[in-house]
Design a protein. Structure first.
Length: 436
């Protein structure tokens, strides 16, 4: 069924806004004075120029998202080619890069194909392990690029029809160890200061020009570190299905992707937030990590403003937040929030169908987060998720009375570790109902 023709008015409006902001930035730059080969810029000029450029960048991002939404609509309208479901399962032959789900890889694995050739008569046990680099949703997430070093907006792979999870906020990282040994920053005293080339003999007073003068010494800052062990934990569950599902490949893919994998994803979301840990075998979630900051909203502030004030706590600790996790109910409150004129604050994002963002950071909504709280912070900089073993699926009929009943047991599992090296880069917020 064809969809309605996309409305081009939004694209035109965004292009006009971008052109206006670009012209404004050029106009401000033209007011800069050149003296002795360098530009002299006042504070007001600098602030106005930076604001105009940032506004232009944000409009450009919305314009890119609008173009992407337009191309998606055009793709769905096309009568030929793969369907949206076919694209989801990596079966689009015209795509430049093939992305396969875990269900695809399981069905195409050597173990499954060998069992299929034998009509599953001599294969009561099938285990298929897949490499994460070739599977779009294998690691229970969509983030595939790595990052090391400076703070950055990690972004989320564009997948408008997929549910995002907490791991999508982290850059991809792997480990081959069973236990990770690391350090946790518990405090920092920054004593950096200007240092003169020479001082008087006491090392403090200005230099006198005498032989007793000494060279300046840089002050010593203090960094408090604590050794911490991060265990690799397994997340797993099992489901039963009739043996006939092995011969029904499309249904098998759906069974694996929507039941086995989503179960792992939800458990992972919950554990990354709330797992108690401390026993050397399970991860310690961010809610139970010492040093994570707390913020309680003010009733005079709307929900989005409460979130912005919580971001300030992380910024004051010298960390740039990159993501926020909240419940679906509270994300609804934020998305339908209006300003004093009755206009939606995030109307453009809703109209364009862009990535879920608020205050320039990525949003993940999950039922693992209670309605009364949210979490934001520097994912990747202050904490890192490691994959020890990617998601794998094992199928066996040798379980209880499965053989007699023609039943197969599917087991999905993964092994992960969560390192929280800078707890103060995260803030646990508590919502306060805004006063009307």
């Amino acid at each position: 069924m064809a969809t309605a023709t996309p409305d081009k008015s939004l694209l035109r409006s965004l292009k006009e806004q971008l052109a206006a902001k670009s012209s404004e930035a050029e106009r401000i730059a033209g007011t800069f004075k050149e003296e002795n080969g360098s530009f002299v810029v006042s504070t007001d000029q600098r602030n106005a120029y930076v604001k105009a450029v940032k506004d232009a960048q944000e409009i450009k991002g919305l314009l890119d998202a609008a173009n992407s939404a337009d191309s998606i609509t055009g793709y769905l309208d096309a009568p030929d080619g793969s369907s949206a479901a076919g694209q989801f399962y990596g079966s689009n032959p015209g795509a430049s890069a093939e992305y396969k789900s875990l269900g695809d890889m399981f069905v195409e694995s050597d173990a499954f194909q060998a069992a299929a050739r034998a009509q599953f008569k001599d294969r009561p046990f099938i285990r298929a392990e897949m490499e994460g680099k070739s599977i779009h949703s294998l690691s229970a997430g969509t983030q595939t690029h790595s990052a090391l070093g400076g703070v950055q907006d990690l972004g989320i792979t564009e997948a408008q029809r997929r549910k995002w999870h907490i791991r999508d906020l982290f850059p991809s990282a792997k480990t081959r160890n069973a236990v990770l040994q690391g350090i946790r920053e518990t405090g920092w005293v920054n004593n950096a200061a200007q240092v003169r080339e020479r001082y008087a003999a006491d090392g403090v007073s200005p230099a006198t020009g005498l032989d007793t003068d000494v060279f300046g010494r840089a002050p010593r800052s203090k960094l408090m570190l604590q050794p911490v062990s991060y265990p690799v934990a397994e997340i797993a569950h099992m489901l039963d299905g009739h043996k006939n599902i092995l011969s029904d490949e499309p249904r098998l893919k759906t069974f694996i992707n929507t039941r086995l994998i989503e179960g792992i994803k939800f458990a992972e979301d919950y554990d990354l937030l709330h797992s108690v840990g401390g026993d050397g075998q399970t991860v310690t979630g961010l809610f139970n990590t010492p040093g994570v900051q707390q913020y309680k909203g003010d009733a005079k502030d709307k929900y989005s403003i409460q979130m912005r004030r919580a971001m300030t706590k992380a910024l004051l600790a010298e960390y740039e937040p990159t993501g926020v996790v909240l419940s679906p109910t509270m994300w609804e409150h934020v998305e339908v929030e209006t300003d004093d004129t009755g206009a939606f604050r995030v109307a453009l994002q809703v109209a364009v169908g862009a990535q879920k963002k608020v205050w320039r950071i990525n949003v993940v909504e999950t039922t693992a987060m209670p309605d009364g709280q949210y979490l934001l912070g520097a994912f990747g900089m202050g904490a890192q998720l490691y994959d020890r073993e990617n998601v794998s699926v094992t199928v066996s009929s040798e379980n209880s009375d499965n053989f007699e009943r023609g039943v197969l047991t599917f087991r999905a599992d993964e092994r992960i570790a969560l390192e929280v090296s800078r707890p103060e880069s995260f803030v646990i917020g508590s919502w306060t109902t805004p006063t009307p």
